[in-house]
Design a protein around this ligand. Structure first.
Ligand code: PMP
Length: 426
């Protein structure tokens, strides 16, 4: 292939992209630490951690070693009727980090599939309990849970893909968005739409599903722990299950190992993905309480899911090494330091025209504009400044690897101030 870009443009489909008029893409030759090295030799400080996942940075010696070790043993064997140390070892480590009570782990392919699995678990739980009518889900507006069908059905009905897939998606119940802000006061009135839907449709609802504390791809919004705590209480009182999607928030991103810890609550089923393998390989998991697992399997029933690459040893071995790295690192101090630096570095954006809000929580920094940005133009400006930031909609945001040093965070936030300034001036 002589010309990668020409070939790519003609034949390789990119995420959320047109094949008729493909967006510009940058060829990456390698990545190391917090830097992406482009094919032309330029280096970019990575503000995206490859969509929340590369928490330890790229080309990490411990993760590389784990992958190489495992490759020499076996990269994959089927999980039906077989098991292996990489999977059991990963599950043991996960259980050591997860809130108590979550102990039955279903390993699967990706974040979206973990959400599908969790939703199937909820439906099967009620089927086994003699309540097969409970097949629907209650969530809040502004959410994002993935691109597969049931996951899409609980994404925000306006900004998600409901319009295109109308009639093909199951209809779910959407409460008003939680009040914006981690520190937002959260009175009972702010929960009234959630409570009303639960009261009205309770007997049809299998589970409530939410992203805890941070609504990610649906708008990078933060909400108060108290809201989540009340959702936990209301779901329990109504006798419906609670599924928490920690795919973006899990493994320290918000300053807690799992975001539900901010509210001191635990769900009945929790989904993880993204940072689980430190961004090396695709892997997700849906983790249920013993009560849910035993409910599903009552009367000799089985859980009806079993992907080909379930428990992939290579992914599990790297994930185990990633969790060891995380546990042994001062991740909390690092994330809270990055939070302070993001806040300090982005706060001046508040005075720029066209900026609606600036916020940071853990290693997540967001500048929200009043109008949609020109994403392509922004990306070009970021690349000129030696950083990798990929805005969407009205949001210019970063979620860097936890190992990013203060001077690189400073370069990142300086570039954000400048690029937001250029956008705001337009
Ligand atoms: N849930 C959340 C909260 C996510 O942020 C994402 C990915 N952006 C997903 C689910 C889907 O994960 P994946 O892209 O691995 O399918």
């Amino acid at each position: 292939m002589n010309d990668l870009l020409a070939f790519d443009r003609r034949h390789v489909w990119h995420p959320y992209a047109s094949m008729a008029d493909p967006p510009a893409v940058h060829p990456v030759a390698s990545a190391s630490g917090v830097r992406l090295r482009l094919a032309d030799g330029r280096e970019l400080i990575d503000g995206m951690a490859s969509w929340w996942s590369a928490i330890h940075g790229y080309n990490h010696p411990a993760l590389n070693a784990a992958a190489e070790r495992q490759l020499k043993e076996m990269s994959h064997v089927m999980f039906g009727g077989l098991t292996h140390r990489p999977a059991a070892g990963l599950v043991e480590r996960l259980l050591g980090l997860l809130p108590a009570g979550l102990e039955c782990v279903f390993l699967c392919d990706s974040g979206s599939v973990a959400v599908e699995v969790a939703m199937k678990m909820a439906i099967q739980y009620w089927f086994a309990a003699g309540q097969p009518r409970r097949k629907r889900f209650l969530t809040v507006r502004g959410g994002y849970h993935g691109d597969t069908f049931h996951a899409m059905s609980v994404c925000d009905p306006v900004t998600g893909m409901h319009g295109i897939f109308r009639g093909a998606l199951p209809g779910q119940f959407f409460a008003e968005m939680p009040p914006a802000g981690f520190d937002a006061p959260c009175d009972e009135a702010s929960l009234s739409s959630f409570r009303n839907l639960l009261d009205e449709h309770g007997p049809d609802i299998a589970a409530v599903i939410l992203e805890p504390i941070v609504q990610g791809a649906g708008g990078m919004r933060f909400y108060a722990p108290r809201y989540l705590k009340r959702v936990r209480e209301l779901a329990a009182a109504a006798g419906v299950l609670l599924v928490l999607d920690e795919i973006a928030t899990g493994f320290g991103r918000t300053g807690r190992m799992f975001a539900c810890e901010h509210a001191g609550i635990a769900p009945d089923i929790l989904c993880v993905g993204k940072a689980l393998t430190g961004g090396y390989l695709t892997l997700g998991a849906a983790v249920a309480t013993r009560r849910v697992a035993e409910g599903i399997c009552a009367g000799g029933r089985v859980f009806m899911h079993g992907p080909t690459f379930m428990g992939n040893p290579l992914a599990c071995a790297v994930a185990s090494a990633s969790l060891d790295l995380l546990r042994e690192s001062p991740w909390r101090e690092r994330v809270l330091r990055i939070e302070r630096e993001l806040r300090a570095g982005l706060d001046p954006c508040r005075t720029l025209p066209g900026v609606a809000d600036v916020r940071a929580l853990g290693a997540i920094g967001v500048v929200e504009l009043r109008k949609a940005v020109d994403a392509d133009a922004c990306r070009r400006e970021f690349v000129k400044r030696g950083v990798w930031v990929r805005p969407f909609g009205r949001l210019v945001y970063v979620m860097p690897p936890f190992i990013m040093q203060p001077e690189d965070v400073a370069t990142l936030t300086a570039a954000m101030r400048e690029v937001v300034g250029l956008q705001a001036a337009e």
